[in-house]
Design a protein around this ligand. Structure first.
Ligand code: CO8
Length: 263
């Protein structure tokens, strides 16, 4: 088998990566990060993959953080390399051209929470707990948590979570806007797959453009963001999918999107 620490599957255009070290609550060691990054590379190469779902093996945990057992052997240089490796993988995740859903089926702590918040959105099971408990270990988040969490839930909420290291239960995370939907453990993958299928049925060109416009627009001022949208919109409207979408509407039938930028 190619991967030891993750399970990577593609079915009907939906890729699923399952972090698979349940004996340590799917904690991320260096090897898991490498495999994760490789699998993301495979997804980028595969034009047929329309959505990515991330989840954790077992019923207790999505990912309980970076593997703490590796920490005592780190000096500053190794820690920097490890943090950079995490950033590289998570940047790759965030920049995937397709939508990514995190199915948080239990603990999403530290590096696990940082992976989840780099996804496009999170669905969580009722038993899920999200948090950045690094402060309890005498460190700070090292895979982007100090940057992405404030952007997602606001500076004050993020500071409270990072300064206290407390875990936030799924329902509370939902109220904070950290989690889009809370389901029972049994229903979680059904709900995630239902949404993934709905997304996979849309046009590839417009889906990519929508994600890119949102992501790029979040890093600039509103006016620049609106210009980014106009460029992306123009490219979409000139695509065969846009013509098919309009004709399908006018002819009162389902659109058959085929992708591509020119006919
Ligand atoms: N790393 C390694 N092993 C872990 C981790 C982890 N993050 N989390 C759990 N485990 C292991 C436990 O050691 C235990 O193993 P064993 O059976 O051999 O003792 C097994 O998983 C089961 O865990 P518990 O017995 O502790 O299960 P509980 O249900 O009692 O508790 C908790 C569950 C609350 C999730 C608890 O395990 C816990 O607090 N885990 C640690 C969570 C944490 O602090 N995560 C943050 C880690 S730091 C981080 O992610 C930084 C990211 C950036 C790194 C940059 C590096 C330079």
């Amino acid at each position: 088998m190619k991967y030891k620490n993750i399970v990577f599957q593609v079915e009907e255009g939906i890729a699923t990566i399952t972090f698979n070290r349940p004996e340590v609550l799917n904690a991320l060691n260096a090897e898991s990060l490498e495999e994760f990054s490789l699998a993301l590379g495979e997804i980028v190469e595969d034009e047929d993959v329309r959505v990515l779902v991330l989840t954790g093996a077992g019923e207790k945990s999505f990912v309980a953080g970076a593997d703490i057992k590796e920490f005592p052997t780190f000096n500053a240089l190794k820690a920097k390399m490890y943090s950079e490796m995490g950033h590289d993988a998570i940047d790759k995740l965030q920049e995937l051209p397709i939508p990514v859903i995190a199915a948080v089926n239990g603990y999403a702590l530290g590096g696990g929470c940082e992976v989840a918040i780099a996804c496009d959105f999170i669905y969580a099971s009722e038993n899920a707990m999200l948090g950045l408990p690094e402060i309890n270990l005498g460190i700070i988040p090292g895979f982007g948590g100090t940057q992405r969490l404030p952007r997602l839930v606001g500076t004050n909420m993020a500071k409270e979570m990072i300064f206290t290291g407390k875990m936030v239960p799924a329902q509370e995370a939902n109220k904070m806007g950290l989690v889009n939907k809370v389901c029972t453990q049994e229903q979680l993958m059904n709900e995630v797959n239902k949404t993934a299928k709905a997304i996979a049925s849309k046009g590839k060109v417009s889906m990519r453009a929508a994600k890119q416009a949102i992501n790029n627009g979040m890093n600039v001022d509103l006016n620049t963001g609106c210009r980014i949208e106009t460029e992306a919109f123009a490219l979409c409207l000139a695509s065969p999918d846009a013509k098919e979408g309009a004709y399908a509407f006018l002819e009162k039938r389902e659109a058959n999107f085929t992708g591509g930028y020119t006919s």
